[in-house]
Design a protein around this ligand. Structure first.
Ligand code: SAJ
Length: 435
């Protein structure tokens, strides 16, 4: 039965969904939990599966373990209404969505162990007619690997890619492309790339997503969809690397990079991104390596961009350390630990790495301001560095290292920064010279 759900939620559109379908989302992190909640708000029965008992208990109380705009309210609503339930066990469903992490190993090789473990946990409960969708960012060929695992584990079922055009179990790759901070809006509004192992799998997955997504759902192959996701984030990494390289050249040439970029961007076909202290987050700083690993011989620009962005973080650390050493009595406030403004996500954050290294080197001369942290991360243990408020930092610090352009920092007026040495890595305070 197609039922229209009328419960309004923060103005986001609600679509028509098959409310009798059972959906299981594996992995309740930054993508899995919003995805599960977004599907549950249409009235579908969604089970969120996670290996962490703590995460499962938190969600079943209607609470969230991550910070994301409006997510707390939505999760509380769908859990209270009984549409979302969390569990540590995988139970049978009609549609399985895998949204687990795909980190990189020490040598920058992709680690798809969590994906394969998730697939292995689904295999025993698979039934004829099931659809399995991988959403995790993955190297090209990962969806094929899931099908091979299913085929081996369940010879009693016809698996996509192994048993004809219309198999018992359909498999597709459908990457998310949501921006942290806007996840709930973008999950619904963005276009989706739907990559089937066969055209029939793509079609089935597209019909599934069209129940929830207002953007266009475009059907393609699983391998193309895997590559699309990696290409999107590599495009951004390469462009940020261009801006970061320019910022170093501008330092050498003694010109103001922010002014140069603003003026160059007046050209109708130029749109240079912003330099910063490096590239953070679990996506852009990681995904380009999946391409480099897949074709090391040809992916030279992509590898170089990664190296440029990593080198920018080292450059900021060296520059900050030299400034601090030159002023032995100065007290330094590092503003921000998050990987980008107005979020609480510290994964792969260059700001965190810079603050951490300065704290290890300069101890209690360093204070940290991070409105999105209740306490300093464990990496600061034993350094002597302390977490302070922005007001305390402005009252006591001689040097301000602006590492994240949180709104709270951008709002600090010039008068409150008067007389302080400023290293602004984000170009947030253009009314004051930055070293
Ligand atoms: N950054 C700069 N300069 C810029 C823009 C960003 O230094 O001009 C830095 C940020 O400070 C941050 C990092 O890059 O440290 C990444 O931030 P971001 O806002 O560019 O991207 P993410 O990691 O939050 O989200 C990206 C998005 N991908 C693209 O824009 C192509 C998002 O749409 C993806 O869904 C997400 O990765 C993902 O999950 O893959």
């Amino acid at each position: 039965m197609n039922a229209e759900t009328t419960r309004p939620f923060k103005g986001l559109p609600l679509s028509y969904a098959e409310t009798s379908q059972r959906i299981t989302v594996i992995g309740l992190g930054y993508i899995g939990l919003p995805t599960a909640a977004m599907m549950a708000r249409t009235g579908c029965a969604v089970t969120g599966m996670d290996v962490s008992q703590h995460i499962v208990d938190t969600i079943n109380k209607g609470q969230v373990h991550i910070e994301e705009n409006d997510l707390d309210e939505l999760v509380q609503e769908v859990v209270t209404q009984g549409h979302l339930h969390a569990s540590t066990r995988v139970t049978p469903a009609d549609v399985f969505v895998i949204a687990v992490p795909t980190p990189i190993r020490e040598n920058n090789a992709p680690d798809i162990d969590y994906v394969l473990k998730a697939a292995a946990s689904i295999a025993p409960v698979l039934e004829k007619g099931n659809l399995v969708i991988l959403e995790s960012t993955s190297p090209v060929g990962t969806t094929d690997a899931i099908c091979a695992l299913f085929a081996e584990a369940r010879p009693d079922l016809g698996i996509a890619g192994h048993d004809g055009e219309e198999p018992d179990v359909s498999v597709a790759y459908c990457p998310e492309r949501v921006l942290p901070g806007r996840i709930l809006v973008e999950l619904i509004e963005n276009d989706r790339c739907i990559g089937g192992i066969t055209p029939a799998c793509a079609h089935k997955a597209a019909i599934f997503y069209r129940q929830f997504v207002k953007g266009e759902c475009i059907e393609t192959t699983a391998r193309s969809a895997e590559m699309v996701k990696l290409v999107e984030n590599s495009f951004r990494d390469v462009n940020i690397a261009f801006a970061n390289e320019l910022s170093l050249v501008a330092e050498t040439m003694k010109v103001n990079i922010w002014e140069v970029i603003a003026l160059a961007n007046r050209h109708p076909r130029v749109n240079i991104l912003s330099p910063g202290p490096g590239v953070g987050g679990h996506c852009i700083a990681v995904d380009p390596w999946f391409i480099v690993h897949g074709d090391p011989k040809n992916a030279n620009l992509i590898r170089t961009a990664r190296e440029v962005n990593l080198a920018k973080t080292r450059h900021v650390i060296a520059k900050a350390a030299a400034l601090i050493e030159a002023r032995p009595d100065a007290r330094i406030a590092c503003l921000g630990l998050a990987f980008k403004p107005n979020i609480d996500d510290f994964r792969e954050s260059p700001a965190l790495e810079i603050a951490e290294q300065l704290a290890h080197r300069f101890g209690d001369r360093i204070t940290i301001v991070e409105p999105y942290a209740e306490a300093l991360p464990a990496a600061f243990d034993g350094t002597g560095a302390t977490l302070v408020t922005i007001d305390e930092a402005l009252a006591n610090a001689d040097m301000l290292m602006l590492l994240v352009d949180h709104d709270a920092f951008k709002a600090v007026p010039l008068s409150a920064r008067a007389g302080k040495t400023v290293l602004d890595t984000r170009g947030a305070w253009r009314d004051q010279p930055s070293l």
